[in-house]
Design a protein around this ligand. Structure first.
Ligand code: NAD
Ligand code: LMR
Length: 331
């Protein structure tokens, strides 16, 4: 029996993500939580003739507690999205507090759940989540994930003409580092099956994956950021976490994890100086069972990208940790 909860379920990502979870045969119970509109979204989804029993909650009447009690997988896309001209870090002021509050709910009501963070800036919100869970004494690093699957999905899509795959999702491309601009490092050299990118196309491709989010933000022209592709990516990652938890072997996904708590993490910390990093992770019944270090196989170009990534990520991670350790004064 798998119960999934979506926090931020009425939003641009939350609604299509909830739809995908509602029709997922692996999910038997689906709880939707948001500060607005969950009654309507829940009524709508509940007419779909699929397995998942769907319930919806608002903040009042202990809504978060009711949504989270008994939950196995919590997916969090709550928070504001970017508008043109903003960076993901500009979202920190508002989203940091939202993520902190929701993860406190996880610590209180379903401390053993897998927690998948979508809310931006992921490079900082995942460290916030880790600190909240640590402070509550319930942190299991194997169960906390920053969802960076959209970067992988973009890498698969944008290289289709070179990989030659009719279905681009059949190419495995690790995308490592973090989830914003130059902290996103597509490791095209490690793609399987391998393919060749013409030298004159390489830089533009890297830039497109790193700044793919901006492309959508600009096209939406003030109406938000990626929602449908993110719902697909978030669902794809959640489904793999659930399948691995149920015992399916051989599932490896790039995701942003807390390295000290996962087998193989120490070696990556030594090379990066970072405690959080997105890297291919072997998923299993307990979550992130092993991180796979592909830094040693980086090409010279990829090494240069990684150097820039390490510097940017360091500050983002520290900012998240500091937000919980030294909370800003309440106004
Ligand atoms: P949105 O504004 O459409 O939806 C956000 C939802 O969160 C809203 O329904 C809002 O009511 C809800 N919310 C706000 N505060 C809440 C709280 N305290 N508790 C519960 N729900 C709350 O935004 P969106 O387009 O769905 O994006 C959501 C977040 O996901 C943004 O931060 C965005 O930057 C991020 N995002 C991340 C990725 C990624 O790859 N990780 C990709 C796309 C977007
Ligand atoms: C994305 O990569 O599309 C998301 O992180 C949303 C954004 O702000 O770009």
């Amino acid at each position: 029996m798998v119960k999934a909860a979506v926090l931020g379920a009425s939003g641009g990502i939350g609604q299509p993500l909830s739809l995908l979870l509602k029709i997922c045969p692996l999910v038997e119970e689906l709880a939707l939580f948001d500060v607005v509109n969950t009654p309507g979204v829940t009524a709508d989804l509940s007419h779909i003739s699929s397995i998942a029993k769907t319930s919806g909650f608002l903040k009042d009447d202990d809504g978060l507690k009711k949504a989270l009690t008994g939950t196995d997988v919590v997916i969090i896309p709550a928070g504001i999205p970017r508008k043109p001209g903003m960076t993901r870090d500009d979202l920190f002021k508002i989203n940091a507090g939202i993520v902190k509050e929701l993860v406190q709910g996880v610590a209180d009501h379903c401390p053993k759940a897998f927690v998948l963070i979508i809310s931006n800036p992921v490079n900082s919100t995942v460290p916030i989540a880790a600190e909240v869970l640590k402070a509550a004494g319930v942190f299991d690093p194997k169960k906390l994930f920053g969802v960076t699957t959209l970067d992988v999905v973009r890498a698969e899509t944008f290289t289709k003409e070179f990989s030659g795959q009719k279905d681009p999702s059949k190419t495995v491309i690790p995308v490592i580092g973090g989830h914003s601009g130059e902290t996103i490092v597509p490791m095209f050299s490690q793609a399987k099956p391998a393919f060749n990118i013409p030298a004159d196309k390489y830089d533009a491709l890297i830039h497109r994956v790193q700044f793919g989010g901006d492309e959508v933000v600009q096209a939406k022209n003030g109406a938000g950021s990626a929602t449908l592709s993110m719902a697909y990516a978030g669902y794809r990652f959640a489904e793999r976490v659930i399948k691995a938890a149920k015992g399916e072997k051989g599932i490896v996904e790039s995701t942003f994890v807390y390295l000290p708590g996962v087998q193989g993490g120490e070696e990556i910390i030594k090379q990066t100086g970072l405690e959080f990093f997105s890297t291919p992770v072997e998923l299993g019944t307990s979550g992130a069972e092993k991180v796979i270090n592909i830094l040693g196989s980086a090409t010279e170009k990829e090494k240069q990208l990684l150097e820039v990534c390490f510097k940017g990520l360091k500050g983002n991670i520290e900012k998240g940790i500091d937000f919980v350790k030294n909370p800003p004064a309440q106004k």
